[in-house]
Design a protein around this ligand. Structure first.
Ligand code: FAD
Length: 477
């Protein structure tokens, strides 16, 4: 067997050993397995991983390599165009089969099809599998036979398909060829941020890898899950699973989550949580069927929307210095930890698009670089949803009031106090509206507006009127 032509197993967004169909099938094939990860920035082009994702990827690959080694395997690292990297590996190892789990970004699906065609022509067996979704985007179709554009019937259809299938166990042993192909050194990929405080914040907030993902799921199901429906909107509590980066990198798969959630609790407790997993499925469904989702509004009339051109306002938003505490807290949480609570993502996104009238694509770009869970499907679909131009979107004319959102979802100001410490001594009644506070209250709390904390970058009421006027203009046109 050591001399048999090996199987190349191409790891991508499936950085785990359990419930990994490509890995299971590669082992089942009975030949040595050469596991490879290719840093394919060239193929991804403008959607190459951003800074925070690269930090995560480095940690995740380290964990994966260790897990493979424990079982007798290796992880070969290569970089460059995937077609060429695979070509070289086929020649170097004599592999006669290449297996992988599918991805759904338009650049990846086009590339993978081309690779499959070329390798097949050369007599290499190519097989691909689903490790990232409960169902493939093409398996779910509306009654009219096309893709869904509305979430609720999509979720109903997904649910009606029932259990997504049995889980695959992690292999106990992985047979590697006697001589492993040369591998890049992970450090040479320079994926750790050069700003030392950034890397420090990410490290303090997260532990990457399959083991950490499974532990997080278990801790969530044993704890916050039972109150998820009530607490998931309150950023000052630990009310959500924080599984998003693990899911994005495939350190855990949605089938594992589905099974664990279905068996762990009664249905009422996990129903809302599974609905969020279904939003992830819906976003991938949209990206697959509408490949321009990351750049073009799904509602084409929004192409003509008159956005503002205001780099200074964009910088203020990015830096968490808008003068609206809940917005600034969110943007600072994002910078410090690579993650932001979902409710606050909606608030900061609405603020960018409606209060600052800046194009959603600029916000999505910043998220792309700073989120550890930056995901082309979820990020694009969510930004379009907030901007009102997406499938099943919140209507544009529904404009979040950031002060009211703050008082409603962070009533004691726990979240704002954590991320905007210069306001921490303000009483609960003023924490979300420092610009409404009397000088004496500000003085008592040690805040000089415009000095310690900025004055509001825009007046929300005036900004709302401006946004609605722009929207009316669009409708009239
Ligand atoms: P939980 O509440 O525990 O949910 C469990 C899982 O369901 C999440 O891990 C995630 O995979 C999925 N999920 C939850 N909400 C959504 C949603 N609205 N859309 C799609 N999937 C969802 N999520 C990303 O994974 N990557 C992104 O780049 C991303 N960008 C976003 C941008 C904006 C403007 C907004 C409003 C939302 C974005 N989301 C994104 C969705 C959501 O905010 C995060 O998935 C969620 O906050 C992750 O935290 P959690 O794991 O604790 O979620």
């Amino acid at each position: 067997m050591p001399d048999a032509a090996p199987t190349l197993l191409w790891f991508r967004r499936d950085l785990r050993l359990a419930d990994n169909p490509a890995l299971t099938e590669a082992i089942r094939r009975g030949r040595p397995v050469v596991a490879v990860y290719i840093l394919d920035d060239e193929d991804a082009g403008e959607w190459a991983s951003g800074g925070a994702s690269r930090w995560w990827l480095h940690q995740s690959l380290t964990r994966l390599e260790a897990a493979l080694r424990q079982r007798g395997g290796r992880l070969v690292l290569r970089r460059g165009a995937a077609a060429e990297a695979l070509d070289r590996l086929v020649v170097e190892t004599g592999a006669d089969a290449v297996y992988w789990n599918r991805r759904y970004e338009p650049w990846a699906t086009a590339r993978d099809q081309a690779i499959k065609a070329t390798l097949t022509l050369r007599g290499i067996e190519v097989r691909s599998f689903n490790a990232s979704l409960l169902r493939e985007p093409w398996e779910i179709a509306s009654k009219a036979g096309g893709p869904y554009r509305v979430f609720t019937p999509f979720w109903k259809a997904l649910r009606a398909m029932g259990d997504p299938g049995d889980l695959l166990a992690a292999p106990a042993r992985i047979a590697a060829p006697e001589i492993a192909p040369v591998s890049d050194n992970l450090d040479s990929w320079a994926m750790t941020p050069t700003k030392p405080d950034w890397a420090f914040g990410l490290r303090a907030a997260w532990e990457a890898g399959e083991d950490a993902a499974l532990q997080r799921l278990e801790a969530f199901l044993d704890g916050a899950a039972s109150e998820y429906a009530n607490r998931r909107n309150f950023p000052g509590t630990n009310g959500t699973s924080r599984l998003s980066p693990h899911l994005h990198f495939g350190e855990i798969g949605p089938r594992q989550i589905w099974h664990a959630a279905s068996f762990h609790h009664n249905e009422a407790a996990t129903d809302q949580f599974l609905a969020e997993i279904a939003w992830r499925e819906f976003s991938h469904h949209l990206l697959f069927h509408f490949p321009n989702l990351p750049t073009e509004p799904l509602r084409s009339e929004f192409t003509e929307f008159q956005w503002a051109d205001d780099p200074e306002a964009l910088a203020v938003w990015r830096n968490g210095m808008t003068g609206y505490p809940i917005v600034d807290a969110g943007m600072r949480e994002l910078w410090a930890t690579g993650w932001m609570h979902n409710r606050v993502r909606m608030i900061v996104a609405s603020f960018l698009v409606k209060d600052l009238l800046l194009p959603w694509q600029l916000g999505a770009r910043w998220f792309w670089d700073t989120l550890v869970d930056a995901d082309l499907a979820n990020n694009s679909a969510s930004w379009q949803w907030v901007a009102g131009c997406g499938a099943d979107a919140a209507p544009f004319f529904r404009v979040f009031n950031p002060t009211l959102q703050g008082t409603k979802f962070d009533p004691q100001g726990t979240y704002v106090r954590r991320w905007v410490p210069e306001l921490s001594r303000l009483p609960d009644s003023l924490i979300h509206a420092p610009s409404d506070a009397r000088l004496v209250d500000l003085g008592d709390a040690g805040v000089r507006l415009g000095h310690d904390y900025p004055l509001p970058v825009v007046d929300h009421r005036a900004a709302r009127d401006r946004a609605l006027a722009a929207f009316r203009e669009l409708r009239a046109a």
